[in-house]
Design a protein around this ligand. Structure first.
Ligand SMILES: Nc1ncnc2c1ncn2[C@@H]1O[C@H](COP(=O)(O)OP(=O)(O)O)[C@@H](O)[C@H]1O
Ligand SMILES: CC(=O)N[C@@H](CCC(=O)OP(=O)(O)O)C(=O)O
Length: 299
């Protein structure tokens, strides 16, 4: 390498470091919950970059907690065994057989894949679900939808889909003081003895709220919340986000995601970010650079 190239390279590295270091201090000892969606998974290189980011957060003194989804992966497994996926109000209608598959795919294969990827980066990840350490309890979800034609409200029976009713932070507090990085599947028991399937965004929001996390990051498949012209919005207040839902600029799967963000902020999370999990090192760019990577929603 020529001397000038070498100097430019060093200068570039020094510039990056000088930008990142203040953010490393800012987040030291802070809890950052990262929701890793099923749509953001799949590409091995991106997965490795994600695992590296989580490992680097831990090494920088942050307390990272991963909550993962796996909707598309559950769908593929159900298709293989001849069960058709059915969604109502964005949630999977979950009968007894389906909840067994959901638990197998989420708390079994996907959870352990993520644990293995983080461990391959030299860290100590531990795979959990809401059942472990009495962390989360759920009850049958009470959801309603308004029929757009008749305007009549209808109660949904989603089977074993759960609403979170209790979060016990004992195990997570213990792990925060240790070398371990929790990787949590959104499955939880009910006091009635059943196992419940919980939307991963909702689950991540409840964990972040119970821990009053400094940041909750949602890794999805778009750069963040987009305005009516398709441009990325860098920052939104809760009031602005509500207005965008009301005027239809935020629609589809982004509605429950933004609503979860609003609940998490109201529960004490400092800031929630929606960002593109299909960009390599999205988490690192969000946490350790001035402008972040996606849409920050704050009070
Ligand atoms: N204003 C908006 N900005 C960004 N995405 C939006 C907006 N309104 C609707 N969407 C849709 O929301 C989707 C993200 O939600 P979803 O598919 O549920 O994500 P995930 O599967 O990662 O949880 C985007 O792919 C996009 O199609
Ligand atoms: C009740 C409900 O819908 N649960 C979700 C849980 C997984 C999930 O939320 O995964 P993503 O984040 O990848 O969408 C499901 O069964 O698909």
């Amino acid at each position: 390498m020529a001397d000038t190239d070498h100097n430019e390279d060093s200068q570039q590295q020094a510039k990056l470091l000088s930008q990142a270091l203040p953010y490393m201090q800012r987040y030291e000892d802070c809890t950052i919950v990262v929701k890793y969606g099923g749509n953001a998974m799949g590409d091995p290189e991106l997965g490795q970059a994600f695992a590296r980011d989580i490992a680097l957060l831990k090494q920088s003194g942050v307390n990272p907690i991963v909550v993962h989804g796996g909707g598309p992966q559950i769908g593929r497994m159900l298709t293989e065994i001849g069960i058709e996926s059915k969604f109502e109000g964005g949630l999977r209608v979950t009968d007894e057989r389906t909840v067994e598959i959901v638990e197998m795919v989420l708390a079994g294969s996907i959870n352990k894949e993520i644990v293995a990827m983080i461990n391959a980066e030299g860290e100590w990840a531990i795979g959990l679900c809401g059942k472990d350490g009495n962390m989360v309890f759920a009850e049958k979800a009470h959801k309603t939808v308004v029929d757009p034609d008749s305007n009549i409200e209808r109660i949904l029976d989603l089977g074993f889909v759960g609403d979170i009713v209790e979060v016990d932070r004992t195990l997570l507090d213990l792990l925060a003081k240790s070398e371990m990085i929790p990787v949590i599947a959104p499955v939880a028991p009910g006091r009635d003895g059943h196992t419940y399937n919980i939307n991963a965004d909702t689950f991540a929001g409840a964990i972040a709220g119970a821990l009053s996390a400094t940041r909750l990051l949602f890794l999805t498949d778009v750069p963040g919340v987009l305005d009516a012209d398709g441009n990325l919005i860098k920052q939104l207040s809760v009031a602005e986000a509500k207005a965008m839902i009301a005027d239809g600029t935020i629609s589809g799967g982004m509605i429950p995601k933004v609503e979860t963000c609003i609940h998490a902020i109201e529960a004490g999370v400092e800031g929630v970010v929606i960002l593109n999990g299909k960009t390599a090192h999205a988490v690192l760019l969000e946490i350790f650079t001035k402008h972040g990577a996606g849409t920050l929603i704050v009070r």
